[in-house]
Design a protein around this ligand. Sequence first.
Ligand code: GLA
Length: 386
Amino acid sequence: MIEKIKQAFEEHFGKDPLLFKSPGRINLIGEHTDYNDGFVLPAAVDLGVYFACKPNELNKYRFYSYDLEDVCVRDVHDIAISKTRWVNYLLGVIAQFEKSGKKVQGFDCVLGGNLPMGAGMSSSAAVETGLAFAINQMEGYGYETLDLVKFSQKAEHEYAGVQCGIMDQFAVMHGEHQQVIKLDCRSLEYRLYPFHMDNYELILVNTGVKHSLASSEYNKRRQECETGVALLQKHFPEINSLRDVDLEQIQNFEQEFDPVVYNRCSYVVEENLRLERACAALEKDDMKAFGQEMYGSHEGLRDKYEVSCDELDQLVDLARSVEGVLGSRMMGGGFGGCTINLIAKKSVPDFEQKVLESYQTPDGGQPEIIKVKIERGTHPVQINEK
Ligand code: GLA
């Protein structure tokens, strides 16, 4: 893939670009907890977006999307939200460097890869984080990776209009080979857990449903959580977020809540607890117990947080019916995208067969089955590396 991106760069812009890879991410458990100051357990994967970049001394940013076969050129003085959606993830990042007081000189950039878009694997975070990393290298700014993560998250807020948490950009940047990241989204401290794949596989199944509702419903969920926090603060002034709330506290005041807000908030409190149990299981190498928490997470997302959809539920039910599937749940923001499935290696053929036999995407096609490996985060690439 990187060869193709480099070649495309040479065709469009010239020789000797710098090359980078920025991966997609999965999330094992801990969904919709990041913007509630809670915990998440993501990892970067082998699929990703590749970049070829080079300063051009033209006072222009020239972008070519290899996958979309589309070009976009912007004057360096003309950074504003564009009607062309894919470009916003890039312009949004440049805008953050400028806000931090750094002028980004003109450059050429080709990007493209093998990460499915709109599948809930954070292709947008891969693009944002990849460009932030590339600019930092090209310009020699010396920003810390965490600064670049925050620039990328801000780009998503301001240029894509999604008030996302920090999980995606953090995971994409800080991923490590065969390790999952337990991230405390309040302190941003993290711990890596080895995730052994000798006996298991992680398989995503793409519903084929694009999460079109996602951004408006996502922002609404955030507000509902804030409403719940404001209510609880009347009783517990020391609370800053749902992270600070325990089950008993919220249960004791259930009658004061709007039922929908109550469900949203109790889901978040429970999901943090599930994640703690899942990490304890991981430490004991008890993948069966780990998988049970994944199923529990899906139920909460479906019934209380209401971000699933029929297709995701159908795929999780299918997974449950196959022996050797330890856990299955919707992954990411919801309303479409993928399920993530933890499967004993020997049961993978049965699982695949069952999915292909029993599930059709909304356009009547076969679902994409994506086997992922856990790999390192955003990094420079040498051309002899595949
Ligand atoms: C999206 C957001 C993340 C996170 C997940 C849900 O992927 O970008 O910040 O909130 O949804 O867990």
